[in-house]
Structures are given as structure tokens and as C-alpha cells.
Design a binder for this molecule. Structure first.
Ligand code: GLN
Length: 453
């Protein structure tokens, strides 16, 4: 009831697209009943969480913050959300996001941007909550929910967590089922938790992850008990600091944050080693070819026939209906990605762009493999800046894409990566540190993050 009341009183943040107070209350009632009956409580018994509106929820409107899905009520539940309900959690509502998870500021939502609960002192300019999981970051940061789901294709869990002073982990690609999660770039998309601290993330991730026969890329592995094995003792562990992440124009305070992170990890017993990831600078351009290519293919299903919106002008034929529906339904950023994606996949340019980007992706994965011969985890900043003001980068897509420079390499390599609060900038805004781990080593990522927290 307390969380439902907070959600109801925070409309000015625009974090929720749909509120489902009864869903949250039903989970709380079930937990009470289980306790009264002397049953063992489920791991998330009665815990109310926010659900990014990219997860299909049975009987609850799901739009991916796009007009093209307006009115779509899924007749099925995503595996990740079902796993959370099976663990006893309840849903406070569906959280706003960048349209189809494409963006870094939540400004591409068709239903208005989310406003970060943070402000610069003596400055009324509203700040971006990060993206695409901006509703999730804001709901947790503002105390509207103890945890929220996110998805991360190129940084959408980690960057918003960093911007709002919370924690979030993208597990190894394949840990969480993608079934029922609206697709953006299928070879990159991964679900993960966003919460107040590392321990809460570990608990939530245990509930979300697991093999699912309905997703062909789901990993057939048991879910470890990450929470039970949490430890801040890093003795015998090596932390790599990749020199290529020291990018031109990086603010001094980001460099200082990074140095502070090194000190904390050394204090926890880790040995620090410098490593090289030579192809880092090609990660961002490769990502912005591969992700739009996959998006252009995935978004072909929104044709006005099967889901949500249909724009059928008088006397129009099928092609006209497709065109009218897509023109009215997709936002500008989504259209930009579809155009880039179809271009790089076109017969004349496929080899020059798409094939080349895939080769670069392999080189980036190999960079990480080599670096992990010398260390257990990597430490980097999560983003090159603190939260920027809403509107600041909206007119310049390239400036917006550059914000993802530190998060996309781990996505291209499918590696687990977490953002944890590392400190504040000169204005008191949160800054995040990123820990990247070996495939399936969520434990190493969580433990190093815990040592920073
Ligand atoms: N900001 C990146 C993009 O716009 C990543 C988004 C994401 O991880 N979903 O593609």
C-alpha cells in the first residue's frame, strides 16, 4: 500500500505508463497468507516491483512506449515477468522507456519523457534519467519501487542506473529468457534487475534468470545462488583497467572516479593490472550498425495487421495501410534505425557495413578473451558524464550515441556487466562505475561491485 501510494503521488516524474496496484497487493496478500499458514516464504514474497514496459504482461497493456502498440494487451506473460511472479513478487505498474528501448535519455518515448528525481543545485533544468530503462531507474531512485526490471542492448540497464545513483546488472547473454520481451536487437538484448544495491540485484536476478525452452538462445544452466556467495573479499583476484577506455575529452571527475574505484578494489584485496582492448574504438560504430540492422528486421512485424495500431485510409490497399500505420505509429528515432538498418542490410551495402561490423564484433570479443587471460574482472566508468539535461542532446543523435561508448563493448561480447554508484560529480550528481566479467561470471561482477558499493 505504501509503494502504491508513492507511485500514485509521483505522476510528475512520468515513470509509469500503467499502474497495477491490485497486482502488487495480491502478491502482498499471498505473502501474508503464506506467513499465516507457516509456509516457507518465496524469495520475493510480497515484494512490489516495477516492470519495464518492454515485457509482455498478460492482460496489462504493453506498448514499448510506441504508438504502434497502443491498445495492445498481450494474451501471454513474458518468461522473465512470470519468473518474478513465481518468486512471489507483485507488479506496481509498467514503466516508461525509450521507444522500443532505442535511446539513452528516455526522450524517444511516445508518451513523454521521464524526469529524473535528481537536480543540479540552483538549477531547475530537469535531467535525463538515462535510457532506455529511464522509468525503471527513476522508480527505484525516487523510492517508488524497491526494484525494477530493465533490459540492456547496449547499456540500457547500466547507464540509467549510473545517472540515478542505483545499481543494475546485465547478465551474460542467454541467462534471462527473451521470450515475451519485445525485441530490439535479438543478438544483444538481455533482461536484468535494477535496484538500490548489489544484494537486491543478486536476489532479483536469481528470480529472473533460468533456462527457457521457448528462447532458442537461452542457456541450459542452473541459476547459481549469487546472493549466498556475495563477498567483498577480493584477495587473489585481478582487476583489469583497460587503457583504451581513457577516451579523449573525458572529464577530470570521471578519471578521478575511476582512480577511486581502483583504490577501493585494491583495499578489498585485489591486484590491479593494466590491460589492452585494442578494438574498443570500433565498438560504438559496429553497435550502431548491428543493432539497427536487427531492429529493422524485428520491427517488420508491426504492420498494422497483427498488433495495436492500424491506420486504414479511405479506399487504401494493403501497402498503403502498412505505410500509413508505420508512418503514424513509429517515432523519429525508431524510423531512423529502421532506415539505417535496411540500408546496411541492402544487397549493395551488406558486405561493406553489416559483414564488416560483424567482423569487428568478433575482434572485440577476442579482445575481451585475451584481457581475461590476465584478470578476473574489468573496471571502467559506466558513462562518460553524469546525467545531462533533458533536451541537451535530443537534436544530435551522434552526441546521444556517444554516451554509450563504455557500455556497448560488453554488449557486443555478450558479457555480464554491472553499474554501481561510485561517487558524485561537482554538482552532487551520481556517477557510476562499471564492472565487466567473464562469460557466466556474474558472481565475480557482483562481488567486485559490492566492494565498491
Ligand atoms: N542507448 C543505446 C541505444 O540507443 C542502448 C539502448 C539499449 O540498451 N536498449 O541503442
Amino acid at each position: 500500500e505504501a509503494f502504491n501510494a508513492k507511485v500514485a503521488a509521483a505522476d510528475q516524474l512520468n515513470a509509469f505508463l500503467v499502474k497495477t496496484p491490485d497486482h502488487a497487493l495480491a502478491a502482498a496478500d499471498a505473502a501474508d497468507a503464506a506467513r499465516a499458514a507457516g509456509e516457507t516464504l518465496k524469495p520475493l514474497a510480497g515484494v512490489p516491483i516495477g516492470m519495464k514496459d518492454l515485457f509482455a504482461t498478460k492482460g496489462v497493456a504493453t506498448t514499448a512506449a510506441s504508438k504502434i502498440l497502443e491498445g495492445f494487451v498481450p494474451p501471454y506473460e513474458s518468461t522473465v515477468s512470470q519468473n518474478l511472479w513465481n518468486a512471489g513478487a507483485g507488479m506496481l505498474g509498467k514503466l516508461n522507456l525509450d521507444q522500443f528501448a532505442m535511446g539513452s535519455s528516455n526522450e524517444t518515448s511516445a508518451f513523454g519523457n521521464v524526469i529524473s528525481p535528481w537536480r543540479r543545485p540552483n538549477d531547475t533544468a530537469p535531467l535525463a534519467p538515462g535510457g532506455s530503462s529511464g522509468g525503471s531507474s527513476t522508480a527505484v531512485s525516487a523510492g517508488l519501487a524497491p526494484g525494477a526490471t530493465g533490459t540492456d542492448t547496449g547499456g540500457s540497464i547500466r547507464q540509467p542506473a549510473a545517472f540515478t545513483g542505483i545499481s543494475g546488472i546485465k547478465p551474460t547473454y542467454g541467462r534471462c529468457s527473451r521470450w515475451g520481451t519485445i525485441a530490439f536487437a535479438s543478438s544483444l538484448d538481455q533482461a536484468g534487475p535494477m535496484a538500490r544495491d548489489v544484494r537486491d540485484c543478486a536476489i532479483m536476478l536469481e528470480a529472473m534468470a533460468g533456462f527457457d525452452a521457448k528462447d532458442a538462445t537461452s542457456l541450459k544452466l542452473d541459476v547459481p545462488n549469487w546472493e549466498a556467495a556475495l563477498s567483498v573479499d577480493l584477495k587473489g583476484k585481478k582487476v583489469g583497467v583497460p587503457k583504451e577506455y581513457r577516451v579523449d575529452g573525458m572529464p577530470a571527475e570521471i578519471e578521478a572516479l575511476w582512480q577511486q574505484g581502483i583504490v577501493w578494489l585494491r583495499d578489498a584485496g585485489a591486484e590491479i593490472v593494466e590491460v589492452s582492448l585494442p578494438h574498443t574504438k570500433y565498438a560504438l560504430p559496429a553497435y550502431y550498425i548491428i543493432a539497427p540492422a536487427e531492429a529493422s528486421s524485428n520491427l517488420a512485424r508491426y504492420d498494422g495487421v497483427r498488433y495495436g495500431l492500424r491506420d486504414l485510409p479511405e479506399g487504401a490497399g494493403l501497402q498503403d495501410m502498412y505505410a500509413a500505420t508505420r508512418a503514424a505509429g513509429f517515432g523519429d528515432e525508431v524510423k531512423r534505425r529502421i532506415l539505417i538498418g535496411t540500408y546496411v542490410l541492402s544487397a549493395g551495402f551488406y558486405d561493406a557495413y553489416y559483414t564488416q561490423a560483424q567482423k569487428v564484433r568478433t575482434l572485440i570479443a577476442r579482445d575481451f578473451e585475451r584481457a581475461f587471460e590476465q584478470c578476473d574482472v574489468l573496471l571502467t566508468p559506466t558513462a562518460p558524464s553524469a546525467a545531462f539535461a533533458l533536451g541537451e542532446k535530443q537534436a544530435d543523435p551522434l552526441a546521444m550515441y556517444l554516451n554509450d561508448v563504455f557500455t556497448v563493448p560488453a554488449s557486443l561480447a555478450g558479457l555480464p556487466a554491472m553499474s554501481v554508484p561510485g561517487g558524485l560529480d561537482k554538482d552532487g550528481l551520481p556517477l557510476g562505475l562499471q564492472i565487466i566479467g567473464k562469460p557466466l561470471d556474474e558472481q565475480g561482477v557482483l562481488n567486485a561491485s559490492l566492494a565498491i558499493e
